[in-house]
Ligand binder design. Structure first.
Ligand SMILES: Cc1cc2nc3c(=O)[nH]c(=O)nc-3n(C[C@H](O)[C@H](O)[C@H](O)COP(=O)(O)O)c2cc1C
Length: 265
């Protein structure tokens, strides 16, 4: 087994977060390694380095995606690897069009703040990937999908999350770009009718990882308190006597980098 969590070796933080080699592997259990990767995963837009991704590493992260759970083991995903600058330019143009339209949805200062955010690294990242879902894969009757037909999409999203975590374990940044009309992606990548685009992502080595969501660091949104999202037995019901409540209340909102990266600790 490839113990890629061992790749989380260790040096340093920048002012804005953990450097690409910023996680310590010293004395950590398997669970610790897993949570290090999970909590330090970030959506990356602006810190990509132009360096080519080692094909062995790319193969490993794609394999991680391919080992995601899928409804009826239908594996509805495909991965389109994009390196061609001309293709990226078309996607970037589609992004800019959608971005301008989305900006109009916000008013006043919120629009100004939106326009200041960097929301895609399509051109900067050395590699982009389109992850698709073939809605016809497995035929008309797929175990587990007949009552919940969107489970093929959910399966594909599981693959994207595996990819995202594996990328982080390999010290690669990944950014998901959804500010693109699906029809534009369908056109650019010549998708067959049964295939839908699920995730367009930018992938590459990075200068550093933020130690909290970039949207939070820039004041756009905040992580909600987990305790407020957990109910007991039915929607909206809270059982304050459940010891889980105290445990949830005691969690750090951003546990990952404070513990993983601070060289003073
Ligand atoms: C389905 C999906 C679509 C997203 N689309 C975009 C996007 O178009 N542009 C962007 O900058 N971030 C996008 N993100 C990243 C989120 O903004 C990010 O995950 C969130 O702010 C939390 O930050 P973190 O991933 O670094 O923890 C997307 C994330 C998901 C899961």
């Amino acid at each position: 087994m490839n113990d890629s969590a061992q790749g989380l070796s260790a040096q340093g933080v920048s002012a804005q977060g953990v450097s690409a080699q910023g996680l310590s592997s010293q004395g950590l259990s398997t669970a610790d390694h897993f949570y290090q990767v999970l909590f330090s995963r970030r959506d990356v837009r602006g810190q990509f380095l132009p360096d080519t991704i080692d094909p062995q590493i790319l193969a490993r992260v794609l394999s991680a995606a391919h080992h995601a759970p899928s409804v009826g083991l239908s594996q509805p995903w495909n991965f389109i690897v994009v390196r061609d600058a001309a293709v990226k330019a078309r996607v970037q143009a589609a992004f800019e069009q959608a971005h301008a339209a989305e900006a109009q949805q916000f008013e006043g200062e919120r629009r100004t703040a939106y326009c200041r955010l960097k929301l895609a690294g399509i051109v900067d990242a050395p590699l982009n990937l389109l992850i698709t879902c073939d809605r016809a894969r497995g035929g008309p009757v797929v175990l587990g999908k007949t009552r919940q037909p969107d489970t093929d999409i959910y399966s594909t999203v599981c693959a994207v999350q595996n990819l995202w975590l594996a990328a982080r374990a390999e010290e690669l940044g990944l950014g998901w770009v959804s500010i693109i009309e699906p029809e534009a992606l369908r056109d650019i990548f010549q998708l067959p009718d049964s295939v839908v685009p699920v995730a367009y992502v930018c992938l590459g080595q990075v200068r550093y990882f933020y130690d909290e969501p970039e949207l939070q660091a820039k004041g756009w949104a905040q992580r909600l308190a987990l305790d407020s999202l957990v109910f007991n037995e039915s929607w909206g019901k809270r059982d304050e006597s459940d010891p889980l409540r105290a445990a949830l209340g005691g969690l750090d909102a951003e546990p990952e980098v404070a513990k993983a990266s601070d060289p003073a600790q």
